[in-house]
Design a protein around this ligand. Structure first.
Ligand SMILES: C[S@@+](CC[C@H](N)C(=O)[O-])C[C@H]1O[C@@H](n2cnc3c(N)ncnc32)[C@H](O)[C@@H]1O
Length: 300
């Protein structure tokens, strides 16, 4: 099972407010940029100002402030309060995701897991897959559908999934596992019928069997130490590195490399393969990577 330090302690774009467009001073924008960068590493350039204004306007309304300025003044005086930072990060992160996003990744995973089950049908420990920026859960549940089918076919073979994100609001939605009717269309027919997925007008729920193989935790990829008890077999770290600057990207990638099984897999987003240093990773397929074991290590 997964055991991390974080385990124990373990997109929607905002819409502009109705009426008069809201503004934000350069000083307040600077404060937001600094806080977001300090607490989760996301780099907000000037081009993101309109997005920030829009999302924080929505947050200030939800929190009951009469104006965006009122919220900003509050934030200024509560910068050290964990809950204020959590609300800010939850508002700023971009959480766009879908089931079976980049479908070729799930085909690759299915074949790889089938080969693993063939090689070692009764392993001592479950194989572990980490969805490292899981947003509202669609990525983790897509992995679970693939993993579950393999486990049904090979009953001695066990797979467990850790799904994490820095945003506690999306994690709550992910753990609830309730989705709108239209989301069913993102799931390949074979998995829909295998899991008897069907939707009423008010949506549908992830079956308990799939939920039971996932644990959801808050993990900040940049600021938290990953204290896994043993190497992770597969990591999905997709469409999140793009939000960081190169130094933070390298830091995260190196941390992942340090916790990945030597012949394990790392799935990246479509625009993220070039972020991975060739000294650490080699490509197996489009945006599927494995560790590049140094010649000296592989010979010993
Ligand atoms: C665009 S979503 C990607 C979701 C999913 N991986 C996919 O590809 O569909 C990016 C996610 O990264 C999360 N995120 C941003 N900064 C993070 C950090 N420092 N640590 C962990 N997650 C972070 C956001 O909260 C968001 O849910």
């Amino acid at each position: 099972m997964f055991r991390t330090e974080e385990a124990s302690s373990f997109d929607s774009d905002g819409t502009p407010a109705p009426g008069k467009p809201r503004e934000i001073s350069q000083a307040h924008f600077g404060m937001i940029v600094k806080l977001v960068y300090r607490h989760c590493g996301i780099a907000l350039g000037d081009t993101k100002k309109a997005m920030v204004v829009s999302r924080l306007s929505k947050l200030s309304r939800n929190l009951g402030f009469e104006s965006l300025d009122g919220y900003l003044a509050y934030l200024e005086s509560h910068q050290d309060q964990e809950s204020s930072i959590e609300q800010l990060l939850n508002a700023i992160t971009t959480n766009r995701t879908s089931f079976f996003r980049h479908p070729e990744h799930f085909d690759y995973l299915e074949k790889w897991l089938a080969a693993e089950a063939e090689k070692s049908p009764h392993p001592e420990h479950p194989l572990r897959i980490w969805s490292a920026a899981c947003s509202t859960g669609q990525e983790a549940y897509s992995i679970a559908m693939v993993a579950d089918r393999i486990m049904q076919e090979k009953p001695g073979f066990k797979i467990r999934i850790l799904a994490s994100d820095v945003d506690t609001a999306v994690l709550k939605l992910a753990a609830a596992g309730h989705y709108v009717k239209a989301a069913l269309n993102e799931i390949p027919e074979t998995y829909r019928s295998f899991n008897h997925l069907d939707s009423g007008e008010d949506g549908w729920d992830i079956p308990p069997r799939l939920r039971s193989i996932i644990v959801f935790r808050r993990i900040n990829l940049l600021r938290d130490r990953f204290r896994f008890s043993s190497p992770v077999d597969v990591v999905f770290c997709r469409n999140v590195l793009i939000y960081f600057r190169p130094p933070e990207q390298q830091q995260i990638v190196e941390k992942i490399a340090a916790h990945l099984r030597p012949d394990g897999l790392l799935f990246s987003g479509l625009a993220e393969a070039s972020i991975l240093p060739a000294t650490l990773f080699k490509s197996l397929a489009m945006n599927v990577h494995t560790l590049r074991i140094r010649d000296s290590e592989s010979k010993s």
